[in-house]
Design a binder for this molecule. Structure first.
Ligand code: 5GP
Length: 206
């Protein structure tokens, strides 16, 4: 039996510090056909980040050249920096039946929904603003002013959580990972993605 012909596009949003990278890190280990798109950004690299793994770090001029060349699928400005999804690989991955994850903020999510109406959108919700602030402070990658700006953006992003298909609560990592896993598994089995299997069974030799 062939796998899904067309892959599954999943948009994962959630405020900075909600745990998107941690949840995805766990799931990448267990799904061998999961592709997490690497975005371009003009923000500075954090100490632990790697070029090409976490982001492609580029200068503003380079980012703007790529927009002009039509190489960016969607982009936004977050906290004074550009963030964008490169066009190149996404359609090829979907054509190969992969599950493709875009880890992007709310504006980007709305743009992707307009381009790919069949995508599945998931919002990762922190248990409280207090926990979110604690996580950002513990991460030690931003100063207090930057954290305050990220908390302001977080409040605005939370107002869009109800526009998503699913809300996953990240109170306890294990539960959040297991809930996100359940969404991917169920969505892959939707009839719209598996209709070809019925024909394959009907056409198989008895
Ligand atoms: P951070 O600076 O914490 O890595 O990312 C800030 C925000 O930008 C996060 O919400 C992250 O998901 C979002 N982001 C990262 N890459 C992209 C992208 O390519 N497009 C959009 N729209 N948002 C992105």
């Amino acid at each position: 039996m062939r796998k899904n012909k067309r892959g599954l596009l999943v948009v994962l949003s959630g405020p900075s510090g909600s745990g998107k990278d941690t949840v995805l890190g766990e799931l990448k280990e267990e799904f061998d056909d999961l592709e997490v798109s690497v975005s371009l950004t003009t923000r500075r690299k954090r100490a632990w980040e790697h070029e090409g793994t976490h982001y492609y770090f580029v200068a503003r001029a380079q980012f703007e050249e790529k927009i002009a060349a039509g190489e960016i699928l969607e982009y936004t400005q977050y906290n004074g920096n550009y963030y964008g999804t490169p066009k190149s690989a996404i359609d090829a991955w979907l054509a190969r039946g992969k599950t493709v994850i875009l880890k992007i903020e709310v504006e980007g999510a709305a743009n992707i929904r307009a381009i790919y109406p069949e995508c599945v959108t998931v919002f990762l919700l922190p248990p409280s603003l207090e926990v979110l602030a604690q996580r950002l402070f513990r991460r030690e990658s931003e100063d207090a002013a930057e954290i305050a700006r990220r908390m302001d953006i977080a409040r605005r992003e939370l107002a869009h959580a109800a526009d998503y298909d699913y809300i996953v609560l990240n109170d306890q990592l294990d539960y959040a990972v297991s809930d996100f896993r359940a969404i991917i598994r169920a969505e892959r089995q939707r009839v719209c993605r598996r209709r070809h299997m019925i024909e394959e069974v009907l056409n198989s030799a008895s």
